[in-house]
Design a protein. Structure first.
Length: 430
């Protein structure tokens, strides 16, 4: 019995040794085939159409990842005990089986595989998917961005996917490719041939500007001039067709403000560009115009001439009115003077005539009676008073009435003649 038991143990040990050797050779062969076919064992699907990549903005591309790894660790855990798989399976399938007993992880790395990478920016979220196993699905998002410095507008993005086993060892990697193209955008560079210019006020000047299409597509460009000052700028070319990399010249007409005198004021004009494919206005550069000097508008000259003529006419009319007023005053003064003289002469003449025709005062009877009384009283005075010598009273000789009348009439005639002569002189003067 002991011999039989020993034989049985030897046979078991022999068969186990053979199994281990066989499993090691199988695992070595398997490793060699895996090294020849190193893949991450995934399936890739892009959701929707691949969009055009925007300039200076991240453009998302959604990618569906399906794990095609052979072992589904979730199902194995449900069917077999964990210790059994960890202890028995290494003897059955070799020690390498421990690398597959657990969840794996996927790492994604995007890069440009075809075309120049200058001006292209890439990122992927999430960049790592931990705890994955066969049969699971995951979503990742690839973000792409292009800027003005990009050389190629069409490139191929390659996303490298690497699978790491539960022990951290790299299992394999795969690369899937996504062709992308940059969207049309206004990338125009400007070079002013004469960026600064000094001109007088109220003048029109032109400035030459070179523009280069640095974009990826041929397009029809429209240019617009904006200014915060009272300067007006207009581009003569309304629509300009420019190929990628092509250089063309545009003309900017500038109208300076209407100012009488400008000591030297700088005016900035900003140039903006838009296109058919991209209607947004993009700033491309500026030009500077300096106004200095005098400017007299023809309308101002006309108004000044009219004002001067009106002033001259008013001056002479006022002067003429003054002269007429002075003449009228002089005439009025003369009239007043002559009227005064005539009134004075008439007054004197009337006085003289009235004096000629005055009657002598008649002595009333009462006065004579009083005089007789006074004489009687004088006679009745004392003797002493009588001795006083009475002075003799000289009687004035009475003038003859006829002679006086003749003289007055002659004077009257002379005065009348003088009046007539003066009136005739005044009539002749007027």
């Amino acid at each position: 019995m002991r011999i039989i038991k020993n034989k049985i143990t030897v046979c078991l040990i022999f068969f186990l040794f053979i199994f281990l050797i066989f499993s090691s050779t199988v695992t070595l062969a398997k490793n060699e085939t895996e090294e020849e076919q190193v893949t991450a064992e995934i399936n890739v699907d892009i959701e929707g159409d691949i969009p055009s990549i925007n300039v200076s903005e991240w453009t998302p591309i959604t990618i569906q990842i399906k794990d095609a790894f052979g072992l589904n660790w979730t199902r194995l855990q449900q069917k077999f005990p964990f210790l059994y798989m960890k202890l028995v399976w290494p003897f059955m399938f070799g020690p390498k089986v421990n690398d597959y007993l657990g969840y794996t992880s996927l790492v994604f790395e995007p890069e440009i595989y075809s075309g120049r990478a200058d001006g292209w920016n890439l990122k992927i979220e999430p960049s790592t998917i931990p705890g994955t196993t066969g049969g699971q699905s995951h979503k990742i998002t690839l973000y792409a961005q292009v800027d003005e410095l990009a050389v190629d507008y069409s490139v191929v993005i390659g996303v490298k996917c690497t699978r790491f086993l539960a022990t951290g060892e790299e299992y394999g990697s795969s690369i899937f490719f996504i062709p992308v193209k940059a969207s049309a955008f206004n990338y125009v560079q400007m070079y002013a041939l004469n960026s600064k210019k000094t001109v007088p006020p109220r003048s029109i000047t032109d400035m030459k500007v070179q523009v280069i299409n640095k974009g990826f597509y041929p397009d029809v460009f429209r240019f617009k001039v904006k200014s915060k000052d009272n300067v007006i700028g207009v581009v003569t070319e309304s629509g300009l067709y420019i190929k990628p990399g092509e250089t063309k010249t545009i003309t900017v007409n500038v109208l300076t403000p209407d100012i009488f005198f400008d000591p030297g004021t700088p005016h900035k004009l900003d140039l903006y560009v838009s296109s058919i494919n991209d209607p947004t206005e993009t700033y491309i550069g500026s030009i500077l115009v300096r106004t200095q000097g005098f400017h007299i508008s023809p309308l101002v000259i006309l108004v000044l001439v009219i004002i001067i003529i009106l002033i001259v006419v008013l001056f002479f009319s006022i002067k003429k009115l003054k002269i007429e007023n002075t003449n009228i005053l002089i005439k009025n003064k003369k009239k007043i003077k002559t009227e005064k003289e005539t009134t004075e002469n008439t007054d004197t003449f009337k006085d003289k005539i009235s004096s000629l025709f005055k009657k002598e005062p008649v002595i009333k009877k009462a006065e004579t009676i009083e005089k007789t009384k006074e004489i009687k009283l004088e006679k009745e005075k004392p003797v002493v008073e009588e001795k006083i010598k009475e002075k003799p009273v000289e009687e004035k000789p009475k003038p003859l009435v006829d002679k006086r009348k003749e003289k007055e009439l002659r004077k009257k005639e002379r005065l009348l003649l003088k009046l007539k002569r003066e009136q005739e002189k005044q009539r002749k003067k007027t």
